[in-house]
Ligand binder design. Structure first.
Ligand code: B16
Ligand code: MG
Length: 216
């Protein structure tokens, strides 16, 4: 036993930004002359922007020069940021503020562990920034989930031993990253898909204060 730390993924755990990523990728695909479906967008969850574009171009069977690749990355992100600009606290997923508030009141350190390079801007928009003692995002990592790097940096920043960290994740690669870090993994979403998680819930409304207390 020792001091505990809690780490939250962003997209799919705190807010549903996947729908905005989808719209921005779909627009780019349309400009390049092919369809991009919601089902294909599932492959993009928890995946870095660069890797997403590589997959997208594969789907569209498109060869890009380095220059085109970089231009499309920028274009997609600008479209995405236009959606983010309009976000507010009403987009926070149900019961997330209650869970963050419970942990804060217990003096538990809290970190964000996200693949997004826009994480800080999003947390600011939805007014959750003050809850986080550390934000580790796509700007801080060289290795993507399932590599544990993002969560290990978060644990270090919180001054908590990785075995004492609890991670909330909605992506398979994120659960694997938490497990690879030796942390307690909690899947938010379909338990059949996130079956490698230590615990599974459909959302924070199912996570009571008593369960949180049992993890401390
Ligand atoms: P950005 P997470 C991930 O967020 C998204 O799930 C994924 O679809 C996105 O490509 C990635 O962030 C990078 O986002 O383009 O904003 O840097 O789930 O790791 O919080
Ligand atoms: Mg996610």
């Amino acid at each position: 036993m020792g001091k505990k730390g809690f780490i939250f993924d962003l997209d799919g755990v705190i807010v549903d930004t996947a729908k905005y990523h989808y719209l921005a990728w779909k627009k780019l695909a349309g400009e390049l002359g092919f369809e991009f479906t919601k089902a294909q967008n599932e492959l993009f969850k928890g995946v870095s922007r660069k890797r997403c574009l590589e997959i997208l171009l594969k789907i569209g069977n498109i060869e890009a020069t380095q220059e085109q690749f970089n231009k499309w990355m920028v274009e997609k992100n600008e479209d995405y940021l236009a959606y983010i600009e309009k976000m507010d606290a009403s987009e926070i997923l149900p019961d997330v503020p209650r869970v963050l508030g419970f942990l804060k009141q217990k003096n538990v350190p809290i970190a964000l562990g996200s693949a997004s390079k826009n994480a800080r801007a999003i947390l600011k928009k939805v007014e959750l920034l003050p809850y986080f003692d550390s934000i580790v995002d796509g700007n801080d990592v060289s290795k993507a989930k399932p590599d544990p790097q993002v969560f290990l940096i978060a644990a270090k920043n919180l001054h908590v031993d990785p075995v004492n960290c609890v991670v909330f994740e909605d992506a398979v690669a994120g659960i694997q990253a938490a497990n690879n870090a030796g942390m307690i993994s909690i899947g938010i979403g379909d338990a059949n898909i996130l079956n490698e998680a230590n615990y599974n819930f459909n959302g924070f409304t199912e996570i009571g204060d008593d369960f949180l207390e049992s993890l401390l």
